[in-house]
Design a protein around this ligand. Structure first.
Ligand code: PMP
Length: 344
């Protein structure tokens, strides 16, 4: 990559080809070499730029979209921002059904980017008419000339990463990658990247990161949907209360579950140690690496690539707010003791 002597036609030309950055301090105690794929370097500040552009391009190629048509989606925020950005440049209307769990900053950003935003309750079943899935489906049916991106159940989500993220990581590591660590939400990133990488070298291990409160890990191990696994959690964009068809479970070797608290504290640690201001799930991914090291998963010759899906600025009112962290009870160990005045 590099922008030297280059002029771009529009913001969409900047999507993809994100940098791979060596991690130095935070992974120093661990075996192996660690590199982060910095998806915040996309112009919409997340990996979702890739799928937004790819899926809309494919719809255009199939003649499904004409100027002035509408893009509908359900989103935790990042996909919505990317779709809104692509829609503006390409001349489409963008309607988004968003979880009430999303940061207020994310929702404000979507509206700034011209999207029509519908906020839906986070903690209802996926088939509840109030859920963001059902609301998005209804909005699509009610809007003539609209396409429904449906990222959890759209194979093009996987294909976008198969054609971009996968080859980029393979080339950037000169084929030396031994492990990929990636958070799984829709599963598009991990599945598409894994598919490409395993085609190049089937020995590459694919490690997925899941949240406590999500069904993915249990489903991976048993192929059974266990409702008992589901309960509310804080991390946005990671884990799920349903089984997305965009997740190719056979390509994933293992899932690691992480807690809200450790992921949030680790995200803050990434900023302090590496100078990288990244989102909540980047913290989750490094937290998973810590746990994998506790289990001696890696040896010193391993080349581990971890995906950092988005930018820290999206979480100012959450993990980067001391008040929010205190309200969750996540900063207890850092609380300043009130001391009596020193008397002389
Ligand atoms: N991290 C963040 C912040 C996300 O928004 C998402 C997408 N839901 C992911 C990780 C997971 O990516 P994917 O949907 O491709 O599994």
């Amino acid at each position: 990559m590099g922008h030297k002597n280059k002029v771009y036609n529009n913001v969409l030309d900047l999507i993809g080809n994100t940098p791979l950055i060596k991690l130095n301090k935070i992974t120093a105690p661990f075996s192996g070499k660690y590199f982060a794929k910095l998806e915040a370097s996309n112009p919409g500040h997340s990996s979702k730029d890739r799928i937004a552009l790819y899926i809309i391009d494919q719809a255009e190629k199939q003649g499904l979209l004409k100027p002035g048509d509408t893009i509908v989606e359900t989103t935790s925020g990042n996909t919505g921002f990317s779709l809104a950005m692509v829609s503006i440049v390409k001349g489409y209307k963008c309607i988004l059904a968003v979880s009430s769990k999303s940061s207020p900053d994310k929702i404000d950003m979507l509206r700034t980017m011209g999207a029509e935003v519908h906020i839906c309750p986070a903690h209802v079943a996926a088939d509840d008419p109030k859920s963001y899935y059902e609301v998005a489906k209804r909005l699509h049916e009610e809007t003539p000339g609209s396409i429904y991106i449906n990222q959890y159940f759209n194979d093009l989500n996987v294909d976008a990463h198969y054609h971009s993220t996968g080859p980029e990581i393979w080339n950037q590591t000169e084929g030396k990658i031994t492990h990929l660590v990636a958070c799984s939400g829709t599963g598009g990133t991990i599945s598409g990247t894994a598919k490409y990488l395993k085609e190049q070298n089937p020995d590459i291990k694919i490690l997925g990161v899941d949240a406590y409160g999500s069904v993915l890990k249990k489903y991976h191990e048993t192929r059974e949907f266990d409702k008992a696994e589901i309960y509310p959690y804080r991390i946005e964009g990671l884990g799920k209360n349903l089984i997305p068809t965009a997740t190719e479970f056979d390509l994933i070797d293992e899932f690691i579950k992480v807690t809200d608290e450790e992921s949030a504290l680790t995200a803050r640690e990434i900023a302090k140690t590496e100078g990288l201001f990244v989102g909540y799930t980047s913290g989750a991914a490094i937290q998973a690496i810590k746990q994998l090291n506790d289990d001696n998963t890696f040896d010193e010759n391993d080349v581990i690539v971890v995906i950092f899906p988005d930018h820290g600025s999206r979480y100012m009112s959450k993990i980067y707010s001391d008040k929010w962290m205190n309200d969750q009870g996540f900063l207890d160990s850092f609380k300043v003791e009130e001391k009596e005045d020193v008397k002389i």
